[in-house]
Design a protein around this ligand. Sequence first.
Ligand code: ADP
Length: 587
Amino acid sequence: MEASMNNPQQERLAALYEVSSRLGTTLDLPELLNLVMDAIIQLTGAERGYLVLQNGVTGELETGAARNMDQQTIEGRSMEISRSVVQRAIDSDQPILTDNAQADNRFSAYQSVIGFRLRSIMCTPLRARGRVIGAVYVDNRLLSAAFKPEDLALLEAFANQAAMAIENARLFQQTDLALARRVEELTVLQRIDQELNYSLDLNEVLSLALDWAIRLTHADGGSIGLMQTDEELGEAYLQLLVSWGEAGAQERQRIPAGHPILAQVLASGAGVHTTQVTPEQAIDATAAVAQLAVPIKREGEIIGLICLESYRRTVHFTAEDMAFVSRLADRSAVAIENSRLYEAVQAANEAKNAFISIVTHELRIPMTSIRGYTDLLLGQMMGPLNEAQTGFLQTVRRNLDRMNVLIRDLSDINRIETGRMKFDLAYFPLEAVVQHVVSDLQEAIEARQQQLVVDIPAGMLPVYGDRTRVGQVLTNLISNANKYTPERGQLTVRVRAHGPEAVAVAVQDNGIGISEEDQACLFTQFFRSEADAVRQQVGWGLGLSIVKKLVEAQGGEIWCESVPGQGSTFVFTLPVVAPAGEVNPQL
Ligand code: ADP
């Protein structure tokens, strides 16, 4: 050591204090190790030196930092001797000082000592929390007795402090890494959640879950399936629904509950990691290096299985892979349930639509003949009728009309829901359609002595839609205004521009109005207000729900403004510009 000799002890302590105080300046491990090595060279005045740390997992010694020795030298044969010194210090948990390694009978047995001209050597274990975590080595190849016992004492004192700082930095690095990994996993899981919840298609949900599981565990392939019960045999089995990977598992493969690995998962409710997988153990019947079978659970019940395989890797799945796939399985379970429920609802809806389609069709045929014969009788073609007979037949006719409206509405809904309602889109002037509908409803309006005003400014642009369907919308709204407005009421149909690309059609009345609560349900099927004035009128509560679908299918919107007791205004919009790609035949 090159300290002045005035008060060597004091000088040493001052130097130790000075270098030790630097240790607290960083928690970055590589930076700290460099700092420690610089301090050691400064303290000991050694020619060269290095520091090794024991790997927490493998127990192997790894070079942390070195001074005046390149990495190759440390790894190479020339270090055989220093390695054995280091190993000795670590194993014995004792510092080592030698003035001349070539003459030291602890080391002279090594043939290489002479070859590598090692003379002065100092080495001390790094101890933290009562455990050896590595060692510091310094040497001087040319000088004998370059280090004195005081130097070793100084090195030891410093090494103890350095070891604590290194251990802290390592712990910090570990927690930091663990935290980073957790944050990364949470971000991935959040993305998975989004993707899973976006889809209501069962197969897509299963594919997504499997895809993410394979991707994030670096598996070579895998399968995902759901538990089902064989109704006839009353036996549970796993139905594989999606499989990926080179083993090419058969899609829609059926795995009996007694399969050794599946049985283990079912019994324990936990994932099973198998290595050197035989075809009997493999869920997909293909031998593999490793297999990870993780249950998908919903409210404690196993509803399915995610199975991953590794064919080439010698590295098996880790505990982290298992934990990740379990978390992924939990999340998939929710999406799987949702898509199953959705599929059940879809199936019920399809059955309902099929039923309505048959019923409406079958009812139409007899009703046409009832109407024909009733009209024949009412027209007195079959002989004169007395007053009572005419009255009865008129009642039959009115009820037929009622039934007809119901059947027409039901089959409209059916056609809209099954996508069979065709829209013949074109430009047409609204005015003609409004006039047509008004004249059709004239009789009903006059019967209640109501006044109807049509207000359409001149020069309105033609609208783009299906003329017949727009007529149907208008008929519904005006006939509601007529039904729900007392005698001598006022009805108005007003057409105005609605921004540059649409027109708004308002059907206004000064009738019974609609409460705020009822307004919230207006466009849902079978909704009818409880009000007496409504119940006295014939209706099924289907008109507005159809109207809304018709308007939206033509690119418009519909809404209602109403004050109970004062009246209601229903407004719907229609585009005046064809959507991109369509040509306007009239412009
Ligand atoms: P329906 O007229 O056959 O009952 P709709 O679907 O056309 O069926 O209308 C649903 C309900 O909305 C009506 O039963 C009524 O309660 C309310 N409603 C619709 N139009 C009006 C209106 N102009 N004024 C007051 N209430 C209305």
